[in-house]
Design a protein around this ligand. Structure first.
Ligand SMILES: *Cc1c(COP(=O)(O)O)cnc(C)c1O
Length: 468
């Protein structure tokens, strides 16, 4: 399998290059040059354990020998605390897919445990080293750090917006004292962090001199890892409900997780609808509802991992939506860079994509969803999952089951849960606390505060790399 850029201005590369470089040299995102149709494999795959299913799917996309791949996968998912890896909870016709049993209690562990082990495997073979730079609104950073801490030949620099990640998220990053890990608190928004990372990665001289790499959700291997649980959830729900088609509701920020669902559907998974759920940062919801993609100000919400305006993975979707025409992708991305906006009509399209529906939840809706779910099901949602469940509620039908991705454990967002449950909080305390997080509160921390300035960050990285 070869990988091409959404912008079509560089030669196709192999899986290793796509994974090790992250962003394509022409500024585009990597995608496989064709999508395998797996419809005829669904029966065979339906009873596989999670790691075996992952192995079957990954095999289609990367040339790693089976035994090696199996070892990488087993290592990645052995760090999960639940035997099912991605267990399912059922509340009538709504299912929750719990994706928070990895080491940092959010779904990003699915991709970043795998990615860390892939990096290690490729670097061991090539003898090279890699300096990762990542922007995080909270969960990516800690998951990326957990994926690479202590690994040889890898350093990681994580940029997060100062004061805008939850205390638990910050502790999960700053309590890791391994020498190859460096946390940068940037005085700015997540988008500032992401822009700094993008501009570091697009400085080709700097990037090759310092062997920079990306772990952000633009990395193809992350999407690939996330494709697996759409299949896994489908098989479980199909056998529970007897229905052949299912819908998914996905709390969305960078369009990575939901793109994996879109991709699974293109591989032949019978997905009826994808419900795109956002908080008040509605840019993606507006695109699917109104056909307008327009950058706005980032608002802070209770679901900080979704406080994003410009969704870096959206370009992958645009590529398919624009008939796999890289010239059109370049055109629309240039228009967006210029005007901060484009419409369906600018894309030359008349109708919206019926696969997607969208809804958003503001703060009161998020809080009341957490309360409602606690009262009705005795189950505590984290605020991101609450946004998803709220959105799913608009599109429940008697026809197909709805699976909402539960993207984080509520312990990561204790304050939001407290605010939602008020006096009831003490009654669900056991459910909300998590021993792994409690243990962090006593640990030493390390972080560096920097202004939102590319050159300052660059000098910091240069010093860090030369230092060790
Ligand atoms: C990252 C994250 C999201 C958003 O995922 P995207 O792939 O960026 O759309 C949602 N919920 C949680 C808890 C997250 O960490």
């Amino acid at each position: 399998m070869k990988y091409i850029s959404t912008r079509g201005q560089c030669a196709p590369v192999d899986f290793e290059t796509a994974v090790m470089t992250g962003l394509a040299p022409d500024g585009g995102l990597f995608l496989p040059d064709r999508i395998p149709d797996v419809s005829d494999k669904l029966e065979k795959w339906s009873r596989l354990a999670y790691p075996d299913l992952a192995c079957e799917i990954f095999r289609l996309f990367c040339g790693i020998p089976r035994a090696e791949l199996k070892r990488i996968i087993e290592k990645s998912y052995s760090a999960f605390s639940h035997p099912a890896i991605a267990p399912l909870k059922r509340f009538d016709n709504l299912y929750l897919l719990e994706l928070f049993h990895g080491p940092t209690l959010a779904f990003k562990d699915f991709a970043l445990q795998f990615l860390g082990n892939l990096f290690e495997y490729f670097l061991r073979r090539s003898g090279k080293e890699l300096n990762l730079v990542a922007a995080t609104s909270g969960d990516t950073g800690s998951a990326a750090i957990a994926g690479v801490k202590g690994k040889k030949n890898i350093r990681i620099f994580v940029l997060f917006p100062f004061g805008r990640v939850s205390p638990a998220q910050e502790l999960q990053m700053t309590t890791v004292l391994d020498k190859n890990v460096c946390c940068l608190a940037v005085r700015g928004s997540f988008d500032d962090c992401q822009n700094i990372v993008k501009s570091l990665l697009s400085d080709l001289n700097f990037r090759s001199e310092f062997s920079l790499g990306a772990v952000n959700s633009i990395n193809w291997a992350r999407i690939l890892a996330q494709v697996v649980y759409y299949f896994y959830a489908y098989f479980q729900v199909r056998s529970l409900s007897g229905q052949e088609r299912v819908s998914f509701a996905v709390p969305t920020g960078n369009f990575g997780d939901i793109f994996a669902g879109y991709f699974a559907r293109r591989m032949g998974l019978p997905v009826a609808r994808l419900v795109l759920a956002t908080n008040r940062n509605r840019i993606l919801a507006d695109f699917f509802e109104k056909g307008v993609y327009e950058r706005g100000m980032v608002r802070q919400t209770l679901s900080p991992s979704m406080d994003i305006q410009v969704a870096s993975n959206f370009e992958r979707y645009l590529y398919y939506r624009l008939g796999k025409d890289p010239a059109k992708v370049r055109g629309i991305m240039a228009k967006f860079a210029r005007d901060g906006k484009f419409t369906l009509r600018d894309m030359g399209l008349k109708t919206r994509d019926k696969l997607f529906v969208a809804a958003s939840a503001d703060t009161p809706a998020t809080l009341s969803e957490i309360r409602r779910c606690w009262r009705e099901n005795n189950y505590v949602l984290d605020p991101h999952t609450a946004v998803g469940v709220h959105a799913a509620g608009n599109f429940l039908s008697g026809r197909e089951p709805m699976i909402c991705l539960a993207t984080a454990h509520p312990a990561k967002f204790e304050n939001a849960v407290k605010r939602a449950l008020g006096r009831d909080f003490s009654r669900c305390r056991e459910q909300v606390l998590h021993p792994a997080l409690e243990a962090l509160k006593k640990k030493k921390t390390r972080r560096f505060v920097l202004p939102a300035d590319v050159d300052k960050v660059k000098s910091f990285i240069i010093a860090g790399v030369n230092d060790s």
